[in-house]
Design a protein around this ligand. Structure first.
Ligand code: GDP
Length: 393
């Protein structure tokens, strides 16, 4: 499906920048337009792929290009004040060729955390196409203020978008790595997962048409109904144009037994990938039982995809999630891997979010206490004990 991506804040901008790179490398054609919005000039300059004219600096009057710190209330305010600047950039893109908006932001910071929900609300008022969010949760080691920001942004963002896809940095953090190096890998993981998912249905000229293609409307239907989504993924390397039984099916030279074996292998590979994807690491860890809707996308060389495997995988997902709305299909790609991407939409049993909220409430209480204490301490310092001195005015 074709998306207009808007990266809000530093993380959002970097991830959208990386999506453009992914699009370039794979020819997936999912990024119809890419815009970066930030209150920090340096972050916009640091991007590689987003065209200069699509980089929007907001809040100049208030923060002079220096960013909002981690103040997401200020982030929301400057987004609201300068929403016309963002709209001007969106006016330049062919929205009639776009299936949906995707607003990407880190929820723990200031600009994206506060601004992304403001933009979602604005876009939903103006356009009829869906507005999705891709929100990144901060690592638990980032500290109270980031957690509090994320908890508040999450609540607001979910309410304003048609669906919030969540990626949890905490589950993907690797110890012993520099933060930047770590984000590089994490961002690659993000674009690969969401790239395959949104890439389904974007069959280019001359590419094979799948037996049962996933098209944009199936992605949209899976995401409709709102709420929170997570994505599972698993892949296995395969050889392109492998000989033997697989080719023989087309040349008709070999016996039927090999064909049956190949078909059984293909089916088994698919079903085990589906299990691995659903039960392995999700972008947002959660219990998959109770998921409202799901979409299974099987990508890979066409000779490694079959209807039976996808059908079995789909059935298994129905049983595991208890959902009556599990869609599935293939996404033929000439890559040396077979991959299962599973979109679980409308998940509700998410202990990670409950923990985030608890820590956020504690942080909020602490911040209030500290503020009150420091006000009292300051008063004690400035005022003389017996109140004998008078201020000038
Ligand atoms: P903003 O510019 O004020 O919106 O804030 P940032 O985007 O810099 O940071 C917000 C949060 O995003 C941080 O707390 C991190 O959890 C996360 N973050 C920052 N950079 C990246 C990145 O490149 N990739 C990912 N996955 N997360 C990031």
């Amino acid at each position: 499906m074709k998306l207009a991506m808007i990266g809000f804040g530093q993380a959002g901008g970097k991830i959208v920048d990386r999506f453009l790179d992914y699009d370039d490398r794979t020819g997936s054609g999912i990024v119809r337009a890419a815009i970066a919005v930030n209150s920090a000039k340096a972050d916009l300059i640091g991007l590689d792929n987003i065209p200069q004219e699509n980089r929007v600096l907001i809040g100049q009057a208030r923060v002079k290009g220096h960013g909002v710190g981690a103040d997401n209330e200020l982030g929301a305010e400057v987004a609201e004040e300068d929403i016309d600047e963002v709209q001007n950039a969106i006016d330049q893109i062919p929205t009639h060729e776009v299936d949906a908006f995707l607003i990407v932001s880190g929820m723990g910071g200031g600009t994206g955390s506060g601004g992304a929900p403001v933009l979602a609300k604005h876009l939903k008022r103006i356009y009829t196409i869906p507005v999705y969010g891709l929100g990144v949760l901060p690592g638990t080691d980032e500290g109270g203020i980031y957690t509090l920001n994320a908890a508040r942004s999450f609540q607001t963002f979910v309410r304003e978008v048609d669906n919030l896809l969540v990626f949890d940095n905490d589950s993907w953090r690797q110890t012993g790595e520099s933060v930047e190096g770590g984000y590089d890998q994490i961002n690659e993981e993000i674009v690969r997962r969401f790239g395959i998912l949104f890439g389904a249905g974007e069959v280019g000229d001359g590419q094979e048409v799948a037996e049962s293609v996933v098209d944009s409307s199936e992605i949209i239907n899976t995401l409709s109904g709102g709420g929170v989504s997570t994505v599972g993924f698993a892949s296995e390397e395969v050889e392109l144009n492998s000989g033997g039984g697989l080719l023989s099916r087309f040349t008709g030279e070999d016996g039927g037994a090999d064909d049956d074996l190949d078909a059984a292998n293909t089916t088994n590979r698919i079903t085990s990938l589906v299990r691995k994807a659903a039960l392995g690491r999700l972008t947002l860890p959660c219990e998959i039982e109770g998921t409202e809707r799901a979409l299974l996308v099987l990508s890979g060389p066409p000779e490694y995809l079959n209807r039976k495997g996808i059908e079995r995988g789909r059935k298994w997902l129905e049983e595991e999630t208890g959902s009556m709305e599990v869609r599935g299909g293939d996404f033929p790609r000439e890559e040396p891997e077979v991959a299962a991407a599973i979109l679980l939409s409308g998940v509700t049993n998410v202990p990670r979010i409950k923990r985030l909220q608890q820590v956020a409430i504690e942080a909020q209480d602490n911040i209030d206490d500290i503020q009150q204490e420091s006000e009292e301490n300051l008063e004690e310092l400035v005022e003389d004990d017996e109140d004998e001195l008078e201020p000038l005015f």
